[in-house]
Design a protein around this ligand. Structure first.
Ligand code: ADP
Ligand code: MG
Length: 729
């Protein structure tokens, strides 16, 4: 029987694109048809119920039980009309994935009769048997149960035959056990703080919401390759494998034509996304071979996060139908680009103004500058926490590698805005003269829209870049749930805006300053003190690392180091002051993340040991035996001169032995380190041990295995090769 690798290749070569059912040529006809959105609600609900939901969405007003019954009944009828048979509370536990437990609407009502039922109680609250979701010790210590509660700000939807109701997940003692709860709190905090600040400029604004556009990068490989490679199957990435002769150096994949199979996949993904109300719009190839991106249009941040989680689920499901495996890992293949999830973030008012977009008048631009500078200051003050928000085992491989931002957080704003901030630094301390004010308004603040128009700076390696009317947080990993980085970003901006308001008000009250003067004065100070976070250069140069060190910026290269900042006193104070999380919740989350890091490395280490020992070494031995036979034969024929004739073969035999020996002794040493690490009872120290003592073996083992891959007869090599996985379409 031919080896698995060739059967796999055969399979992939016979693949045809899967036909996608086109429901309607017009994408707009599909948009939101499976979402219980405003239209659906208006059509199915009483006025009272509809108003109540709207108030809950806009201002978090409580919905009373009687109205909840009405809403549930309308929702059920609507869902049944869409073919739903079950319902589920859909939530995002701290595993990063989504969770659901399906219940049927079906209920017996005696007399051998049955009906479909769903009431307000079932809508508003459920108690999933979720004792195995990670909780960082919270539920063990306090109360064994947790419950899910309806989040009306994210609309319910029908996926396949299930009505999915977005919910939060909390312990009975009140601690959040999910990603969404703290995000919602952070969004509320930033709403309050930003609305207060906007009132300096416009009294009409009642609400500010964070907007978020998530660009999702991913790899697609034929499913058969994933099935044939234990490392991809179990860890989501290749632990071994020599680079293909051709990688991304020709840049021929980027925006290149998309293969028919991939096109069919993307088409179905787009259709399914649109039906669920996910505004999927752009699709194109990314830089690396077989790497792609899907970037829905931006939405309110909570919804965007939900939609991204949902999209990741359906990406995986649809991939199966198309015989693909979608790889969301941050670094599935060594030597080529990894995948990120760019978080495009801004703040918008309920009056439709993007607060990070320069406006038509100098006053609007002062408003823009206020939010712009405050965001920079927030990132400056909490750069280590921002770094921590994106820390994971997978992202460690990506940060600082090909095209990805480094582990150092900095803000890129482009040359023109740098000049504006330089000018603002010169603003007089105290009251401004009328002349200076006019000059500022006309020549600096007033000119912003013009300079923005030709601001074409692009810096792909900056982790946090201003891109015209939004900040783009690019350091987020592709597999991450954006709730975490977004919770942190919105929290630090909320805190910053709150402090800003206080300082400006103080200058007005105590120093008798005019509002504008006070704002200019505070901004000037912020620009000065936050200068070190601004960096316009090449993010992955060695010189930037040195420079950043001099500036006092952190450079936490590994997740365990970075994560520690989440439980730093400064971070806990922040979360408590802004009422996002209690110290207990912060610690619980930290523990979960560190544990997850350990588990991932533990699994990778085991899988690597297994494939190196059981796949690579035996293959090397087999090939070596062939060489030995060959040398023996040459000796039989040529006698003493065989040494000359079989020189290369004998050298190869030696080299192979050498690599085999290295692999085996490295695996033994790695296993020993793992054994030691597993005995450590402090999870932080265990993570350090895995990071500093176990992980270094991965690269070393890989080195020898990859060398063997180059030496051994291609016919014998058992693992699908990079060129096969990356260039088979
Ligand atoms: P890129 O060049 O990085 O691909 P795009 O202009 O295509 O940038 O936008 C990328 C993402 O940014 C999209 O999801 C888009 O909807 C989003 N975006 C645009 N404006 C905003 C905004 N004001 N707030 C949040 N996201 C935004
Ligand atoms: Mg982008």
């Amino acid at each position: 029987m031919p080896i698995l690798r060739f059967r796999t290749l055969d399979k992939t070569m016979d693949r045809k694109p899967i036909k996608v059912k086109e429901v309607s040529a017009k994408r707009s006809d599909l948009f939101g048809i499976n979402v219980f959105n405003n239209d659906a609600m208006r059509q199915t609900m009483t006025k009272e119920a509809f108003k109540s939901v709207q108030a809950a969405i806009a201002f978090g007003k409580k919905i009373d039980r009687k109205v909840a019954d009405q809403i549930a009944s309308a929702m059920k009828d609507w869902a049944l009309s869409k073919g739903a048979t079950h319902y589920t509370h859909w939530f995002q536990p701290l595993t990063g994935a989504t969770a659901e437990k399906h219940d049927s609407f079906f209920e017996q009502i005696g007399d051998g009769k049955a009906m479909e039922r769903f009431d307000g109680g079932q809508l508003v609250q459920q108690e999933p048997d979720a004792s195995s979701f990670p909780n960082g010790g919270i539920r063990n210590t306090f109360e064994a149960r947790g419950y899910t509660a309806w989040d009306p700000s994210s609309p319910a939807f029908v996926y396949e035959t299930t009505l999915c109701i977005p919910t939060i997940f909390v312990a009975y003692t009140g601690e959040a056990l999910d990603n969404k709860t703290p995000l919602l709190k952070a969004l509320q905090a930033v709403d309050e703080a930003a609305t207060d600040v906007v009132h300096y400029f416009s009294k009409k604004v009642k609400k500010v919401h964070a907007t978020l556009g998530l660009e999702q990068e991913y790899f697609l490989i034929d499913r058969a390759f994933a099935d044939a490679r234990p490392d991809i199957k179990l860890t989501g990435r290749t632990l071994l494998g020599h680079s293909a002769a051709k990688g991304q150096q020709l840049d021929d994949h980027y925006f290149g034509s998309i293969s028919d199979r991939v096109m069919a996949y993307m088409r179905e993904l787009e259709i399914e996304s649109l039906k669920l109300g996910i505004p999927a719009k752009t699709r194109h190839n990314e830089v690396a071979p077989n790497q792609f991106e899907l970037a829905p249009l931006f939405e309110e941040a909570n919804l965007a996060v939900d939609h991204n989680s949902l999209m990741m689920d359906i990406m995986k499901k649809i991939a199966i139908r198309h015989n693909f495996e979608v790889l969301m890992h941050e670094k599935p293949f060594a030597g080529i680009n990894g995948s990120g999830k760019h978080n495009n973030w801004s703040l918008a008012t309920d009056t439709g103004v993007n607060l990070l977009s320069p406006g038509q008048t100098p006053m609007n631009n002062l408003q823009f500058l206020t939010f712009f500078v405050n965001t920079i200051k927030a990132v400056h003050d909490y750069e280590e926490l921002i770094r921590a928000s994106i820390a994971s085992a997978g992202n460690d491989h990506r940060l600082g590698a090909n095209e990805a931002p480094p582990a150092i957080i900095s803000v890129f704003i482009g040359e023109h805005l740098t000049n504006v901030l330089d000018e603002l630094e010169k603003v007089t301390k105290g009251k401004l003269s009328p002349q200076e004010k006019t000059d500022l308004k006309l020549n600096i603040v007033g000119k912003i829209p013009e300079i923005m128009r030709d601001n074409t700076d692009r810096n792909r390696t900056s982790p946090f870049a201003f891109t015209g009317n939004k900040f783009e947080f690019r350091a987020v990993g592709s597999s991450a749930n954006s709730a975490m980085p977004m919770m942190i970003l919105n929290t630090i901006v909320a805190k910053q805006l709150k402090d800003f308001k206080k300082e400006v008000d103080t200058l007005i009250a105590d120093k008798g300053m005019k509002k504008d003067d006070a704002i200019f004065n505070v901004l000037r100070e912020y620009i000065k003190v936050s200068k070190k976070i601004r960096f316009e250069g090449d993010g992955y140069s060695k010189s930037w690392e040195e420079e950043a060190l001099k500036r006092g910026l952190s450079n936490n290269k590994t997740a365990p180091k970075a994560l520690r900042n989440k439980i730093a006193p400064k971070s806990i104070e922040l979360f408590e002051e802004m009422q996002i999380m209690t110290s207990l919740e912060v610690h619980a989350r930290h523990e979960i993340e560190v544990e997850e890091y350990v588990k991932r490395l533990q699994i990778e280490s085991r899988v690597l040991g297994d494939i190196a020992r059981n796949h690579v070494v035996p293959t090397a031995v087999r090939y070596q035996n062939t060489l030995i036979e060959n040398v023996k034969g040459i000796k039989d024929i040529f006698g003493a001169s065989y040494k000359d004739i079989a020189k290369e073969q004998m050298q190869l035999i030696k080299s192979i032995s050498n690599h085999i020996n290295e692999i085996i002794s490295l695996i033994d040493a790695m296993v020993e380190e793992r054994r030691v690490a597993n005995k450590i009872d402090n999870v932080d120290k265990m993570a350090d041990a895995y990071c500093d003592r176990v992980k270094p073996y991965f690269e070393e083992i890989r080195y020898h295995s990859d060398k063997l891959e180059l030496m051994i007869d291609d016919e014998l090599w058992p693992l699908s090769k990079y060129r096969e996985m990356l260039f088979t379409r």
